[in-house]
Design a protein around this ligand. Structure first.
Ligand code: BGC
Length: 763
């Protein structure tokens, strides 16, 4: 393929100096020989269905066959430079992917004048989503619950490998949205509610995707895409793609911060949020895209729109009076590539007209196309547009699946263990019940061999559901399964039907232990919007009926967000949150139940107790006023079911001797050296996540009650003590004031670890 490029370089280039080897220079050379319509084509991204055989551009025949006529129109005539997604939201066989993507690349190179390869992009959120046989890790929310950077890295490394293995070099991951709202249908796609946790784990994912040196031309690496810039999940209504109202300093403090470091690390692309902030759709927000993302954060890669969002400036948000104006606003606001994804003719024609009319400067187009071409060079697409498929023997391998199992087992979070009922003892007889007991769809969530995850059971047939794993571990003769209630697969994802609650209760009476598996069916985006955060009433009914048996109940929570269970929680003896642990979640859970694995996960979000009390752990102290006692005082409390960072272990840990190297710090460039003693006082070896928080006691803007500043996951043997150290730069205690400037205020701060605190003074 190199040979095709050389003539173009010679033809287009008038500069052959040695430094002319950099990807930017190569991109510039190509750009300088391109026509306007070739350039605009590079800025257009279409859905695969548009060039696939099938009844329409929205629906294709299965398996995938590239339609030569449609491909000619899109790629040759309109010079489209990017394609995404699968057909019909469903996984394809790797061989089907390989043949099709090779066909697309050959076509792009052989039939167009500029001979520019197509860049293919996909959503590999917790595995190579749309590839049959791909390894499925837990979702990002689980990785966050493991508080282990290595799991973020491993997951991304495997996804990069398996995505490249099907010929795709660009992945729309990681998600840096703050998962601050349990009502939002994509909280599970995040690393939870804390900016530091989100930022840290995202950076490790980028490293896994792009490699330690960002050498994305490596055949096992992909370009990452940070999404969704910015404030996407901080909405008023709790529903997808609805308005958010976020002051600038709040945006900087919590939402932009995680993107900052990820950009410094060299993330190649960013996707813009589908939402609106303060009434302005982010796709139309010049201040956020150009002034903040480009200029302040220094992002130099490709900025991609989200799904159909340019059109939506007209059709949904009404800030553009027609589609042409929508394109003008978005491109002038800094969008480089439009995820169109169907009506590409309109996009290309309107944008060409806008440039000719002087409404969109040619400089803006050149700027966007240069970045896109550079990305294609960075990915090695000009040299190797066709993947050498023989190099990917580890696709779906045991080695990859073991890493997914490890991540799942480290994420599962023990929330309640009355009288140390867990791990289970004496080979008990077990009733496994509930709608999530026997489903791979429930374990995996969305983006699993299908967009909504609804085909997970078909494609993940070889893996174990919770019931299957428990039966394998405790012996089939000891384990019975009766669902009690199930999801109504015909209706909306949230509808349920009662099947046999009475039968489950009767069987519960005969069993030693009841394993009650509740939660949600898979969903994402708009189909996952919710009107009631309470767990479905039939699930609550099942829990209450089972509690009448007097038998110990272990509740397994298997859901993408913390659904309210407050009314029956007191009747549960044990509670384990598995979140969405992926294909190996059943096995990991069974190993925790049997004691083979000692649980170590900690909540990456606040588990609310009540629908009107949805707060992150970093609330303001006015939340703890109490009006109920008659007097207006400050002795109230915020009532959560379980706090952020909470999680039990089969080990018991004690903390002592929290010290700082000094009590007074006089320079902002100082570092606080913190030490705390951790002891495993139990007979069981285990991991503990030591969490370091700080509180600014008084500040110009009401300070958060506390903020996570660092964490360490430590293995500690029975009876052993360890000294745990942290280095906390004073400037990490800063915050954004109401002029949106980051400041560290002098004064008193508390340093907090577990139940200990120590005050310091910054002079
Ligand atoms: C989602 C994005 C995703 C894109 C492409 C959109 O609807 O919001 O997260 O990357 O579709 O599938």
């Amino acid at each position: 393929m190199k040979y095709l490029l050389i003539p173009i370089l010679i033809f287009l280039s008038c500069d052959s100096s040695p430094e002319n080897t950099s990807n930017e220079l190569k991109a510039n050379m190509i750009l300088s020989g391109m026509t306007l319509d070739e350039k605009i084509g590079q800025m257009a991204q279409i859905n695969l269905t548009v060039i696939a055989k099938g009844p329409s551009k929205w629906k294709s025949s299965y398996p995938l066959v590239i339609d030569p006529k449609r491909a000619k129109k899109a790629i040759k005539d309109f010079k489209i430079g990017s394609i995404i997604n699968t057909i019909n939201g469903k996984a394809l066989k790797p061989v089907n992917w390989r043949e099709s993507i090779s066909k697309i690349q050959n076509f792009a190179i052989d039939s167009t004048r500029a001979k520019i390869p197509v860049i293919y992009g996909i959503d590999g959120i917790h595995g190579a989503t749309y590839a049959e046989g791909a390894t499925m890790f837990p979702q990002q929310i689980n990785i966050a619950a493991s508080w282990n950077k290595q799991n973020a890295y491993n997951m991304a490394k495997v996804i990069a490998y398996e995505t490249r293995a099907i010929g795709i070099p660009w992945n729309f991951s990681p998600i840096l949205d703050l998962g601050i709202d349990p009502r939002f249908p994509r909280q599970f796609e995040t690393f939870g509610e804390d900016p530091l946790l989100v930022g840290t784990l995202s950076r490790w994912m980028i490293r896994g995707f792009q490699g330690d040196k960002n050498d994305t031309s490596n055949k096992f690496k992909v370009a990452s895409c940070l999404k969704h810039f910015v404030g996407y999940q901080a909405v008023i209504s709790g529903k997808d793609r609805t308005p958010a109202y976020i002051p600038d300093n709040v945006l900087s403090e919590y939402h932009i911060e995680p993107f900052k470091e990820a950009i410094k690390d060299g993330a190649k692309t960013v996707m813009i949020s589908s939402g609106l902030i303060n009434g302005i759709p982010v796709h139309a927000n010049y201040e956020l895209i150009i002034k903040t993302l480009r200029e302040k954060l220094g992002f130099e890669g490709v900025i991609l729109s989200d799904w159909e969002d340019i059109n939506k400036l007209h059709t949904r948000d009404k800030v553009a009076k027609n589609k042409k104006e929508a394109i003008k606003i978005a491109i002038n606001s800094g969008i480089d590539m439009s995820m169109i994804p169907y009506d590409y003719e309109q996009f290309c024609r309107f944008l060409i007209e806008l440039v000719k009319e002087g409404e969109v400067p040619l400089k803006r187009i050149d700027n966007a196309v240069l970045r896109i071409l550079k990305l294609k060079f960075d990915l090695g697409l000009f040299d190797n547009p066709i993947t050498d498929f023989n190099s990917y023997k580890d696709f779906g391998s045991k080695k990859h699946n073991e890493l997914a199992y490890k991540a799942a087992s480290e994420s599962i979070t023990l929330l309640k263990n009355k009288n140390d009922i867990l791990p289970l003892k004496n080979n008990p007889s077990i009733l496994v019940t509930g709608p999530n007991a026997n489903t791979m769809r429930g374990l995996n969530g969305a983006w699993t061999y299908s967009w909504q995850g609804n085909l997970a059971d078909e494609f993940a047939f070889d893996y174990n559901t919770i019931y299957e794993s428990v039966s394998n571990t405790f012996g089939p003769s000891n384990v019975k399964f009766i669902p009690g209630v199930t999801y109504n697969e015909e209706g909306s994802y949230f509808e349920m039907k009662e099947v046999n609650i009475k039968k489950a209760v009767d069987e519960g009476r005969k069993s030693d232990i009841i394993l009650l598996c509740l939660g949600e069916n898979s969903y994402t985006e708009k189909p996952g919007d919710l009107n009631d955060l309470n767990i479905h009433k039939l699930q609550s009914k099942l829990a209450r009926e089972l509690s009448k048996t007097g038998k110990p109940i272990i509740l397994i929570i298997n859901s993408g967000r913390p659904r309210l269970i407050t009314d029956f929680e007191p009747f549960m003896d044990g509670i384990i949150n598995v979140y969405l642990p992926g294909n190996h979640g059943g096995d990991a859970l069974a190993d925790i139940l049997s004691g083979k694995i000692n649980p170590s996960g900690k909540l990456p979000y606040t588990y609310p107790a009540f629908p009107n009390s949805l707060l992150t752990y970093y609330y303001k102290s006015s939340e703890i006023q109490n009006n109920n006692q008659g007097a207006y005082d400050y002795v109230g409390e915020v009532k959560n079911l379980y706090d952020f960072g909470y999680g039990l272990s089969y080990s018991k840990f004690s903390y002592s001797n929290l010290t700082t190297n000094r009590k007074v710090y006089e320079s902002l460039s100082d570092t606080i050296r913190i030490n705390v003693e951790l002891r495993n006082t139990s007979k069981v070896d285990g991991y503990e996540v030591v969490q370091l928080y700080s509180s600014d006691l008084f500040a110009e803007i009401t300070p958060d009650v506390k903020r996570l500043r660092d964490f360490k996951r430590i293995f500690i043997k029975s009876g052993e003590s360890k000294s745990v150290n942290f280095s906390l730069p004073i400037n990490s205690l800063g915050y954004y004031n109401n002029r949106n400037e980051k400041v560290v205020e002098k004064g008193e701060f508390s340093i907090l670890v577990n139940n200990l605190s120590s005050n310091i003074l910054i002079k």
